[in-house]
Design a protein around this ligand. Structure first.
Ligand SMILES: [Zn+2]
Length: 448
């Protein structure tokens, strides 16, 4: 059972690495060395995907997991967490004051709410791609693109993934930093993989605790899904994310207001690779369809469609297929765009986390770093080049510690109609998709 579930996972490498000794045509199979990883360095060295996905105990998680909701269940606030309850009470009061008539949406999306007001009073992105709430509400707009011309904000959802090493190694070789939207339950299960994302210099954002349609959850559930994902990132890596992304983009003003109460900016996208829908039972989306999506983005870049402002592309690290497909297309994306950057750099958020001692390269800094290192060069892939960008030790990297505040950065706006076009192929035609595959991994873990 467990082996079958693990086989669903990723399997990022073509075949397990098996040591063997030949002797006259007979081979003696030597068991793999299965020592559990104890830190990011030892985990990063594991090449065999199945070994990467072998559950391990991490003491720091074991010490705090009782303070957290149950993984892969809808998050609620544990009874003993009075600090979270007090914060939620304040945010909830604001929601009730500003949006007294706000209701929950059905998990089935628009098909489950056929009589929804076509004027879209809730700015429900899932309805027709609204990303700019009525200014009178004082609710921040979503970020849907980066302002830098001919530039791509590269985003990867649903991590960390247990067998991600080949993918993360590739990003290192490409000297490519991206924005990663981590699921809280995945961070709990695969903490070393999560920490590697940060150490490699990727931007780490919140992608909820259990990956559900956020507009279908109660105020407390929305709060807890965001709060505890942000908190496990903080407990594990020491910083407080200020960026988040709703699963399948499902957000409305009520959810936005709760996220804003947690100082989380909603990051959406313009371009959707649709990769999570391919290679999924019951889905009509094929790998060829996904390739056409990637090619379409490249064609638009070459055609000058982003000549006045950049865009954001959605992809996933949920399966071997989605990671491999991005690995296949990334060099062509980099060739078609002037710059491929994480969203934080694209927005010039040089202190992207709440803690000011964590700095991140500005747009100018990151493109200077990229141009200084040829893609795939040894210097670009070295751990020092990667680690330095994301952590406390930014000064050691040669990248300048930025001082611009987030409030001074441009905010995304006005792209709702464009965003909706990429979602028009049907709402949640397959519920299996992203959450399903990730859930399979978790069930395998939980069964142990
Ligand atoms: Zn997702």
């Amino acid at each position: 059972m467990i082996a079958a579930l693990l086989s669903l996972l990723l399997v990022a490498a073509p075949a397990p690495a098996v040591a063997h000794a030949g002797c006259g045509g007979h081979e003696l199979i030597v068991p793999r060395q299965m020592a559990a990883p104890t830190d990011v360095a030892s985990q990063s060295q594991i090449k065999d995907p199945q070994q990467q996905c072998t559950p391990y105990q991490y003491p720091r998680i074991a010490a705090i997991q009782a303070n957290y909701p149950t993984i892969w269940q809808t998050a609620t606030i544990p009874a003993a967490d009075t600090a979270a309850r007090e914060l939620f009470a304040r945010i909830n009061a604001t929601v009730n004051e500003k949006l007294p008539n706000a209701g929950l949406k059905p998990a089935a999306g628009p098909p489950g709410l056929p009589n929804y007001d076509r004027s879209d009073p809730d700015c429900w992105w899932t309805w027709q791609g609204c990303s700019t709430p009525n200014p009178s509400l004082g609710i921040p707009a979503d970020v849907v693109r980066i302002p830098e011309p001919n530039s791509l904000g590269m985003t990867v959802d649903d991590g960390p993934n247990c067998s991600q090493n080949a993918f993360y190694d590739f990003l290192r070789e490409q000297n490519q930093k991206v924005s990663m939207y981590y699921i809280g339950s995945n961070v709990m299960i695969w903490p070393l993989q999560a920490m590697r994302g940060h150490q490699d210099g990727h931007e780490i954002c919140v992608h909820t605790w259990s990956h559900q349609a956020m507009t279908s959850l109660t105020n407390e559930q929305v709060f807890a899904e965001l709060y505890y994902t942000r908190q496990i990132i903080k407990d594990l890596m020491g910083f407080t994310s200020r960026c988040w992304r709703p699963p399948q983009g499902d957000v409305d003003n009520r959810v936005r207001l709760i996220a804003a109460g947690l100082n989380l900016t909603n990051i959406l996208w313009i371009e959707d690779s649709n990769d999570w829908r391919a290679n999924v039972a019951g889905s009509a989306v094929t790998p060829a369809d996904v390739d056409r999506r990637y090619q379409g983005v490249i064609d638009q870049a070459k055609g000058g469609n982003y000549s006045t402002q950049g865009t954001i592309l959605l992809s996933h690290q949920s399966t071997n297929y989605t990671m491999s497909t991005l690995m296949k297309w990334l060099p062509q994306l980099k060739a078609a765009f002037a710059h491929v950057v994480p969203v934080a750099s694209g927005m010039n958020w040089t202190t992207p986390y709440a803690e000011s001692n964590f700095t991140y390269p500005s747009f100018a800094q990151i493109i200077a770093n990229q141009s200084a290192s040829a893609p795939g060069s040894v210097s670009a892939s070295g751990p020092s080049a990667s680690v330095s960008i994301g952590g406390n030790n930014a000064a050691a990297s040669g990248s300048v510690t930025g001082t611009a505040s987030r409030s001074g950065a441009p905010s995304g706006s006005g792209a709702g109609s464009a965003a909706s076009s990429s979602r028009a192929a049907g709402w949640r035609s397959s519920e299996v998709g992203t959450g399903g595959v990730v859930l399979a991994a978790v069930l395998a873990w939980a069964a142990l």
